[in-house]
Write a protein that binds this ligand. Structure first.
Ligand SMILES: Cc1ncc(COP(=O)(O)O)c(C=O)c1O
Length: 381
C-alpha cells in the first residue's frame, strides 16, 4: 500500500503576497490589517523583568516555574473568579504550538480515537493541528449567535472525538460562546473540551461592542473537570514576540500534557516566564489596550461604512468581521489593497462558508489609521 506524503498547504498569510505587492506599488506604504499582531508596546516593567533575574543560564521547567503558575492561578482568581490550583496549570510557548500539538498528544492518550471537532468558522490552526496529527478534522456548524451548534454534532463523530475546540471570543467572528453549555456537552459525551480564550481580556459588554466594561467568561467558571482553557499573553499584554501562554483545567489531562510536553523539550524561556509574571499581575495596561482597540475599531468601521461595507463591532476580540454580501472576500481584499494600500484577510482563511467575508484587524497605530482615513477621503473625493 502506498501512503501519500503530507504536503503542507500554503500558509494563509503567504497567499496575500501578490496583493501586498500591488498595494506597495500603488501606495508605497502598506498598512497591514491582516494579521492580529499587536503594534503597541508592552508595559516597561514587563520588559525590565526580562533582565531582572538569573533565569537565562539554566533550563526552565517545561511545565512552567511555580512562580509563573502561581501568577496564572492568581490571574484566574482575581480576573475571572475561577479557582485553579497551580498543579492544574502548565506553561506553553504561546498558544499556537499547543493548538497545533494537542491532537497529536491526545491521540497518544486515547489511541482508539481520531477526530478533532472545531468551529466551522475559526482560526485555521484547529483544523491544521488535526491534519498534522493525521486525524480527521470535523467542523461543527455555528448557531445564530455564532456559538457552537452542539446539537448538530454527529453521534459517530462525538464517539471518535479526541477533543472539541471552542474559541470565545472568536477569531474571526468576535462571537461569544455559551461555555457552560459547551462544558456540559463535553462532560456528557466524554469528549475533552479545549477552550481557546486568548481574547478573553478583550470582551466587550454588549453584543455590538458598544461599551468597554465587560469581564468575559472562562470555561473554568464552570468547573475544571473535562475542560482545558488556553490563555496567551500575546494579545493581552502585547507580548506576541515573547511566546508566553498557559493551559489550565482538568487535573488528569493537564498532567498528561505536562508529561508529554516535558519529553518533547517544550519550554517557555526562563526570562520570558519572569516577564509573564509581571504582566499577569498587572491589569492596568490591559485597560489601556482595551481603549485603544475599541477606538480603532470604531474608526475603521466608519471608513469601511463609507465604502459600503457594514462593520458591526464584535462582542469580543479586535477584529471587524464584515459580510461583503454578493462580493467575494478576495476581490474586496484586492480592492482595499489597490485603493487604500490596506491589507485585510479574506474570509476563506477561516472557513469555506465565509468566502464573502473579510476580517480587518485593528492592529495599527493611530497615525496609520489617520492615514487610512486620508486615503479614503481621497477616494471618495
Ligand atoms: C484564536 C487564536 N488562538 C491562538 C492564537 C495564537 O496566539 P499565540 O500563539 O501568540 O498565543 C491566535 C493568534 O492569533 C488566535 O487568534
Amino acid at each position: 500500500m502506498t501512503v501519500e506524503p503530507f504536503v503542507p498547504p500554503p500558509y494563509p498569510h503567504d497567499r496575500l503576497k501578490p496583493i501586498i505587492e500591488s498595494a506597495r506599488a500603488a501606495h508605497g506604504e502598506v498598512i497591514d490589517l491582516s494579521i492580529g499582531t499587536p503594534c503597541d508596546p508592552p508595559p516597561s516593567a514587563v520588559l525590565d523583568a526580562l533582565y531582572s533575574g538569573d533565569a537565562a543560564k539554566s533550563y526552565p521547567p517545561s511545565v512552567g516555574t511555580v512562580a509563573f503558575r502561581e501568577a496564572a492561578s492568581g490571574w484566574f482568581a482575581r480576573r475571572l473568579g475561577a479557582k485553579v490550583p497551580v498543579e492544574q496549570i502548565g506553561a506553553c510557548v504561546g498558544t499556537k504550538e499547543l493548538v497545533a500539538g494537542v491532537p497529536h498528544w491526545l491521540r497518544l492518550r486515547q489511541p482508539d480515537r481520531d477526530t478533532v471537532l472545531y468551529p466551522a468558522i475559526s482560526y485555521p490552526t484547529y483544523a491544521m493541528g488535526a491534519q498534522l496529527a493525521g486525524c480527521r478534522a470535523v467542523s461543527v456548524p455555528l448557531d445564530q449567535r455564532g456559538g457552537l451548534d452542539l446539537e448538530a454534532i454527529d453521534a459517530g463523530d462525538a464517539d471518535r472525538a479526541l477533543c472539541l475546540w471552542s474559541n470565545s471570543p472568536s477569531n474571526p467572528t468576535g462571537a461569544l460562546d455559551d461555555l457552560g453549555a459547551v462544558a456540559k456537552w463535553g462532560r456528557s459525551h466524554g469528549v475533552p473540551v479545549f477552550s481557546d480564550e486568548c481574547y478573553i481580556d478583550f470582551t466587550w459588554s454588549d453584543r455590538r461592542g458598544g461599551s468597554n466594561d465587560a469581564s468575559g467568561e472562562s470555561v473554568l467558571n464552570h468547573g475544571t473537570d473535562g475542560v482545558v482553557a488556553l490563555n496567551s499573553l500575546s494579545k493581552r499584554s502585547n507580548l506576541a514576540g515573547l511566546r508566553v501562554g498557559f493551559y489550565a483545567g482538568d487535573a488528569e489531562i493537564v498532567h498528561f500534557l505536562n508529561e508529554v510536553r516535558k519529553h518533547s523539550g517544550l519550554m517557555v524561556p526562563g526570562p520570558a516566564q519572569l516577564a509573564g509574571i509581571v504582566a499577569l499581575e498587572d491589569q492596568s495596561h490591559v485597560e489601556m489596550q482595551r481603549e485603544r482597540y475599541l477606538k480603532r475599531m470604531r474608526r475603521l468601521a466608519a471608513v469601511l461604512s463609507d465604502r459600503g461595507l457594514e462593520a458591526n463591532l464584535p462582542e469580543g476580540g479586535f477584529y471587524l468581521w464584515i459580510d461583503c454580501g454578493e462580493r467575494d472576500g478576495w476581490s474586496v481584499t484586492d480592492e482595499l489593497a489597490r485603493e487604500l494600500g490596506v491589507i485585510v484577510s479574506p474570509g476563506d482563511f477561516y472557513g469555506h462558508s465565509v468566502a464573502n467575508f473579510v476580517r480587518v484587524a485593528a492592529v495599527q497605530p493611530d497615525d496609520l489609521i489617520d492615514e487610512i482615513e486620508r486615503r479614503q477621503r481621497g477616494v471618495s473625493g
